[in-house]
Design a protein around this ligand. Structure first.
Ligand code: MRU
Length: 344
């Protein structure tokens, strides 16, 4: 693959955070601009920027925006300090499952002992840039480790979007595909459409096509038949949070894929940086699962698909038990069960 998105997924310029608006892809490539924290938090909630590492990077730049605006208003001392603490909590709460968000906010927060506001602005700008640059490198290393696991040629199945749109670099699961292709391996891909918001159909298909990787999109409910009927070499997914025991939270629909992969003897790999590992939570049951607006289920492309008056169940993520995961590919290498010791 030779192409990156024309517009960076996340970009900070003094006073503004620029995002490639993922709600508009693949039909339009449009930049969304946030000049204040509320606009950025709204963008994170609406999935203008999404994918755990990309959310973390956007949040780090969001902290800088918040500070810049408060300084514009002349805030200093305790007023500034309390205001910033409020801003960081609002950022942390923007989406509850992706731990990279909390991880990035905590990194910014740990620098708040700077006494001079100018020092803090400088320190936060540098830290946000560092978080972004580190993610590029983490993706590169995960890609290398993961690519070594794929046979040549190989056919993979993936879910949601885990590529350059979901990170600051080449991606997690999709980064493995990219690294394999760059290493000269022949890779074909199947992408689950990923109901209800179609990250697979809209975003993964768009990225793979730009990479020159042959991709077929399937309805999520077709995955069992695909795993039974075709030779799939690996299922590759990302994660929003990995518990200390190796349980994995990822886009809704990941858990059934893991069950079906095991049933059909297909390796199920989770690709995620260590910033996605949350050793504070013992197992998946302790991970907060985001519940999203029922309207996402009630309509498709703006057209109502359910009768008025019925309810909708719309968890954004599910939990895959560690026992169904054949390997967790991080920037440090390929981890195998038992995960509790490997992750610790
Ligand atoms: O709701 P989203 O689109 O933010 O969900 C994203 C995912 O579930 C990804 O698989 C996950 O963040 C890992 S991607 C690097």
């Amino acid at each position: 693959m030779r192409q990156r998105p024309q517009i960076p997924t996340v970009e900070y310029r003094p006073g503004v955070v620029r995002l490639l608006d993922q709600t508009r892809l693949p039909l339009e490539e449009v930049v969304h601009e946030s000049r204040d924290l509320d606009t950025l938090i709204d963008a994170i909630r609406r999935l203008v920027v999404r994918g755990a590492p990309a959310i973390g990077v956007a949040a780090a730049h969001g902290a800088v925006l918040a500070l810049e605006r408060r300084l514009d208003r002349g805030e200093t001392g305790d007023l500034l300090d309390q205001g910033l603490r409020k801003d960081l909590s609002a950022l942390r709460a923007a989406r509850p499952t992706a731990v990279n968000l909390m991880w990035a906010v905590d990194r910014m927060s740990s620098l708040m002992d700077r006494t001079q506001a100018e020092e803090l602005v400088q320190a936060w700008r540098e830290e946000a840039a560092r978080i972004q640059a580190e993610d590029v490198e983490l993706c590169r290393r995960m890609g290398e480790h993961g690519a070594a696991l794929l046979p040549d040629p190989s056919v993979i199945l993936t879910h949601c979007n885990t590529g350059a749109l979901a990170t600051a670099g080449i991606g997690t699961a999709l980064g493995v595909v990219r690294a394999a292709v760059d290493a000269g391996k022949r890779v074909r891909a199947y992408a689950d459409e990923t109901r209800p918001l179609l990250q697979g159909a809209r975003l993964t298909a768009w990225e793979l096509q730009r990479m020159g990787v042959e991709v077929e999109v399937l309805a999520d409910s077709a995955a069992a038949s695909l795993l039974r009927d075709k030779k799939i070499d690996a299922v590759l997914v990302g994660s929003d949070r990995i518990a200390a025991n190796g349980d994995v939270a990822n886009k809704i629909g990941t858990y059934p894929l893991a069950v079906m992969a095991r049933r059909h003897g297909v390796p199920f790999y989770v690709v995620a940086p260590t910033s996605t590992v949350d050793l504070q939570v013992a197992n998946g049951d302790a991970i907060a699962i985001e519940s999203r607006d029922p309207s996402e289920i009630h309509s498709l492309g703006g057209v109502r698909t359910t009768p008025e008056g019925v309810g909708a169940y719309n968890p954004a993520f599910d939990l895959t038990p560690a026992e169904l995961v054949d390997a967790i590919i991080t920037e440090t290498g390929v981890l195998r069960p038992p995960y509790a010791s490997a992750l610790a």
